[in-house]
Design a protein around this ligand. Structure first.
Ligand code: GZL
Length: 339
């Protein structure tokens, strides 16, 4: 009799453990990946394809999503903020796991990011910066330090003009023309701020004058057009061109040559991004320096997104690595450039 009771007890125990699930079976992932891990779906709103830099940024994000096994829903806003807002709303409606976007301009995001927060979908800001009433509307920002880039541009320029014993064409001040990025975008606002702050803090501040400053919208075409207008207005009075990105500098080089002047010699040229095209221009003696702005942000974005969805703490602000490349380094560095 005792044996039968202990057998019945053992059987009852077995049934109880099975009934509790014992925690051994993974939750149904629906992804059929067999690993039990649910595939992450990321909604990504990109601003467009305005420059070589932007193309590299997009390629980095798409490749990193593939490598990380992340399902990417990619939207190209064709340079319009309203298209980005529509895309973010669509991501919310689709119930994505996480949203990432490059804000084309700094402001106008509070309402749609509040909707994402209400839907409990975390948001990562990529590349450019946002200005919000409530910074809790995004979890992390991955990108580049545009203010530092502006400081680096003036620092390099002043050292170069001094080392090369350059003299102002008008005998008193170096006349600086500036091609600005997209109006209202954080790189345009902050690169300009960094450049001006470094100039103001410099002991050589009095040697420089900003003779003209206008948006070239980060594109090669517009950069060429605006440089043509600068040359019509100021002719060979311009000593320096600072272009907020390499694409506008490449357009300006065409305008300077068309005006019969030597870019890189008659006009010292410095720009930001570090794309392959500007390295070739420096090798050809047509530009003098590029300050790197690293677009290869994809791997860091996917790594950060996975940490957020795993409930891990992430830094609010993460910058990617960036360098400064004067023309005498261009030939040596170009073969190793990835974009
Ligand atoms: C900078 C990035 C800028 C690049 C341009 O972080 O947003 O946008 O400098 C690009 O080339 O168009």
């Amino acid at each position: 009799m005792k044996k039968i009771v202990s057998l019945l007890l053992a059987a009852a125990m077995m049934l109880m453990v099975a009934g509790c699930g014992g925690g051994t079976e993974p939750k149904s992932s629906g992804s059929g990946s067999g690993s039990g891990a649910k595939q992450m779906t990321m909604g990504f709103s990109q601003i467009g394809a305005e420059s070589e830099w932007r193309t590299a940024n997009t390629e980095s994000i798409k490749q990193a999503a593939k490598d990380a096994g992340v399902k990417l829903i990619f939207s190209d806003a064709q340079q319009k903020q309203e298209n980005q807002i529509k895309a973010i709303r669509s991501f919310i409606a689709q119930g994505v796991d996480i949203i990432a976007f490059v804000p084309i301009v700094e402001t106008g995001w509070d309402t749609v990011l509040k909707e994402a927060k209400d839907a409990k979908i975390p948001v990562i800001v990529v590349d450019r910066d946002v200005k919000l009433g409530d910074d809790s509307l995004y979890v992390a920002k991955i990108g580049t330090d545009s203010v530092a880039e502006g400081h680096k541009v003036f620092k390099w320029l002043d050292e170069y003009m001094t080392k090369q014993h350059k003299q102002p064409k008008d005998g008193s001040q170096f006349q600086v023309a500036i091609l600005e990025g997209t109006v209202g975008s954080s790189p345009a606002l902050r690169r300009q701020q960094g450049f001006k702050d470094e100039m103001a803090a410099s002991s050589n501040a009095g040697k420089y004058n900003i003779i003209a400053s206008q948006t070239g919208e980060f594109t090669r075409q517009k950069g060429q057009e605006v440089m043509e207008s600068f040359l019509k207005s100021y002719g060979n009075k311009i000593d320096v061109l600072f272009a907020h990105n390499d694409d506008m500098a490449l357009g300006a080089i065409q305008a300077i040559e068309a005006a019969g002047m030597k870019p890189g010699k008659d006009i010292t040229i410095v720009s930001i991004d570090g794309v392959k095209g500007i390295f070739q221009a420096m090798i050809d003696g047509k530009s003098n320096c590029t300050v790197e702005c690293n677009p290869l942000q994809g791997p860091l974005l996917m790594e950060t997104a996975k940490k957020i969805l795993a409930g891990q703490k992430v830094d609010k602000l993460v910058y990617v690595e960036e360098g400064v490349f004067p023309s005498d380094k261009a030939a040596e560095v170009l073969p190793s450039r990835k974009y």
